[in-house]
Design a protein around this ligand. Structure first.
Ligand code: ADP
Length: 495
């Protein structure tokens, strides 16, 4: 079940390819496989086993039986936390390999994978390890004749369906709170990036988690994902991905009233007021939309700038993108932007570039595919459109690529109204030195997260999630635990 692979930067390692069930890598019953492609070279990296409905049944049964098994159910929170701390250490010890896999499979720059993805994954496990023995019920005062208290119990078997943009981080954000609260998990990575979760699975086993506590099943969304979402043996679904798929999952989860947490799409605004620290606003505007090839659900992709500084901002933003967004080999240190994850995403971004042009917006930077690295690869130049109006597709829809639209506003009232004119409500950035304005706008903006004088500043201690069609529930921070326990009320009659 193991094939030997040579990573592009000559790191050699063994990569399991099976389904990880009961701490073993097993072949899929259906014999189906998925091919995963290096988006920088368009070459196949490997194939992995893909779960069919039968395999999901087996994984869910494994998770169910682990839930009842004394070695997990009776394990004190402190001991669960220790396993998670060990896993965080193992992630750090294997940072090089994990970052290599992530870059190879996803196309993200290696340096960014080390600095953010691996760091964030270890941080999430370590943070939630700390919570594992602090998830407590409470005693509720009633009358002298009664003692009432609550117990916070694990929800049960959690189905976790994750996306391809931050494969390892998304796995950690979901596994961390689930395991801290004593649940068991069937985790399905995205079919575009199946590899890092398999390597994580080897570390989960090495850390000493009992069999069946975490099961990793690669597979297609409409097969493996849909089977998990509609499975009667799954108690909860946590999902990150597109709004359209989130809707689908919510419908499937209705079959047994699974609790759902959904982190979906966005078209997050970034507002620049005339009193802002100009250079800082330009720097963050670039990071906010171009980081990770623009494949970030919270990307601040709608930039609204006050008319007094609009022309200067557009020119500086264009210069920043031109000088900082170095495109090319994701394994080179100088690279800021690698390829889009797949041909489908590459085509999608190019189609929005065409839409922007045909809708009459002005293309001021980028706008074409880039083949200068090896003649291959799903590279798209970082793209900026100005003269964008609020009814344009490129202004309203999530592109999920290195693609910014810039528009101007006259007043704070207009800026907030237009920022809120979206079906999404994930993040929002506000650039101003006026403290009163900053907090006023933060309060008025319809978003799950507001960044004042920064963008996309995620932190494992702080709740992450959206309002409107950007999602339901929160990940990270103490709030991230809520979805993973049920509260049981116990009434004791003392009469
Ligand atoms: P994208 O469109 O960018 O690929 P998706 O939201 O479709 O993003 O995918 C995110 C995750 O959801 C992936 O793991 C994918 O396999 C899964 N998925 C896709 N469709 C379904 C579905 N119908 N039911 C359950 N999971 C799905």
């Amino acid at each position: 079940m193991q094939v030997s692979l040579t990573a592009p930067n000559s790191v050699q390692y063994l990569q399991p390819t099976g389904l990880f069930i009961n701490n073993e890598f097993v072949a899929s019953k259906s014999g189906q496989t998925l091919s995963t492609i290096d988006p920088a070279t368009e070459k196949e990296i490997t194939t992995v086993h893909a779960a069919g409905a039968d395999d999901i049944d087996i994984a869910v049964a494994a998770a169910r039986s682990a839930l009842k098994h004394p070695s997990w159910r009776k394990l004190p929170g402190t001991a669960r936390g220790k396993l998670m701390l060990r896993l965080a250490d193992l992630i750090e010890e294997n940072a090089n390999i994990l970052a290599t896999i992530e870059t190879w499979d996803n196309g993200k720059p290696y340096q960014q994978a080390v600095a953010f993805d691996i760091r964030a994954a270890a941080d999430a496990f370590r943070y939630y390890a700390g919570w594992a023995d602090k998830v407590q019920g409470s005693v509720i005062e009633t009358t002298p004749e009664k003692l009432a208290y609550t117990i916070r119990e694990p929800v049960g078997v959690c189905g976790q369906i994750i996306p391809w943009n931050f494969p390892l981080v998304m796995a950690a954000w979901k596994l961390g709170p689930a395991l801290a609260c004593g649940n068991t998990v069937v985790l399905k990575p995205a079919e575009q990036t199946p590899l890092s979760a398999l390597y994580l699975a080897t570390l989960i086993k090495q850390a000493g988690f009992p069999p069946g506590v975490v099961n990793v099943v690669n597979g297609l969304g409409r097969v493996a994902g849909a089977t998990i979402a509609s499975h009667l043996g799954v108690d909860k679904i946590a999902f990150t991905g597109s709004t359209q798929t989130a809707r689908e999952i919510m419908k499937l989860a209705a079959i047994n009233l699974k609790s759902v947490t959904l982190e979906a799409g966005g078209k997050s605004p970034l507002l620049v007021f005339p009193d802002a620290d100009f250079d800082s606003a330009v720097t963050w505007a670039h990071i906010g939309v171009m980081y990770n090839q623009g494949q970030v659900c919270t990307a601040t992709s709608r930039i609204l700038v006050h008319e007094d500084i609009y022309d200067k901002f557009v020119e500086s933003f264009k210069q920043k993108v031109a000088t900082v967004s170095t495109l090319g080999d994701p394994f080179k240190d100088v690279t800021f932007q690698g390829p889009q994850v797949t041909k489908a995403q590459f085509d999608r971004v190019l189609s929005y570039i065409e839409a922007g042009k045909s809708e009459g917006a002005t293309l001021i930077h980028g706008g074409t595919a880039y083949k200068d690295f090896n003649g291959k690869g799903f590279f798209v130049e970082p793209t900026i459109f100005t003269n964008v109006t609020d009814d344009m597709k490129v202004y309203r829809e999530e592109v999920f690529g290195p693609f910014a639209v810039v528009s101007s506003f006259k007043s704070e009232e207009e800026a907030v109204r237009r920022a809120n004119d979206s079906v999404f409500g994930l993040g929002a950035s506000v650039f101003t030195k006026d403290v009163k304005r900053a907090h006023r706008v933060a309060a008025d903006i319809e978003a799950g997260m507001v960044w004042i004088n920064s963008s996309n500043d995620s932190d494992f201690r702080i709740p992450f999630g959206g309002v409107k069609q950007s999602g339901i529930g929160r990940e990270l921070g103490e709030a991230g635990l809520e979805a993973y326990t049920n509260i049981k009320a116990v009434h004791v009659n003392l009469q």
